[in-house]
Design a protein around this ligand. Sequence first.
Ligand SMILES: C[S@@+](CC[C@H](N)C(=O)[O-])C[C@H]1O[C@@H](n2cnc3c(N)ncnc32)[C@H](O)[C@@H]1O
Length: 290
Amino acid sequence: MNSASDGGRPPAGPTVGELLREGRRRLAGLAFQPPPREAALLLAEALGWNEARLLARSDATVATDVAACYRAWLERRAFGEPVAYLFGRREFYGRDFAVDRRVLIPRPETEHLVELALGLDLPKAPRILDIGTGSGILAVTLAAELPAARVVATDLSLDALQVARANARSHGVAARVSFLHTDLAAGVDLGAIDLLVSNPPYVDPEAELSTEVRDHEPHLALFAPDQGRQILHRLLHASAGLRPHVPVLWEIGYDQADWLAQAARESPLVLQAIHPDYAGHPRVAQLRRR
Ligand SMILES: C[S@@+](CC[C@H](N)C(=O)[O-])C[C@H]1O[C@@H](n2cnc3c(N)ncnc32)[C@H](O)[C@@H]1O
């Protein structure tokens, strides 16, 4: 992005300080209450600066195209669009992933699933299935962390698969990740899979969600009928084709542990543990094929 200058000549545009004040005013008093430092975050990104440099140079003038980009982001942000969509990226497990409104924004709690997967006793060249890959964070991260792994990643959304493919290419794992447009695991040879992972849609459509989530993230990625349980319930039974004892890791909603424990009893899977997220909520279900 273009930069700013300290001048000598007449200012070509507004100063950093003026734009920050304008941004703070625009974002103040919004119902979803963005953090006060967001104006600085947006302006720093537009300038390609870090926030320390930004705050130290409040008199610098900002080129008009940079100011225009910042103001456009401010407007989108004021309507609740998440910062990750404005910038087109979000970090996950130490890597930057391209994201846009076609995919769910990666959440930090999903990193627990990666940690647990990497701690499993897997074959040297494991074959991994990621159901509902979205931006591809699980498929791509596991392929990158396990250089001999081969991954199949499915999604019902063609749009999401385009984003995931681009992420596999930019992280150099495209040759080991194949993407499949399908419902759950339909068409996948489950008998060849050594690990099944999924962060499926599990939000109750009736749940109260912030406008940032409900109005901007894809509903196919968020919601499942039957209090958010329908896809998890289908996954339990869709896993029947796995070989005995193959491990399964799923992210679940913070209030779905008891239901899952009950539902798993009547399924081809055994629930072994439910691991908490950073906030202590039960979040990653560890199961295996009976
Ligand atoms: C919660 S998002 C997870 C995305 C990504 N794995 C992550 O952790 O950020 C769920 C994904 O499942 C996909 N999905 C929803 N229903 C599906 C189905 N029946 N079969 C396959 N994928 C599905 C959605 O399109 C979405 O990309």
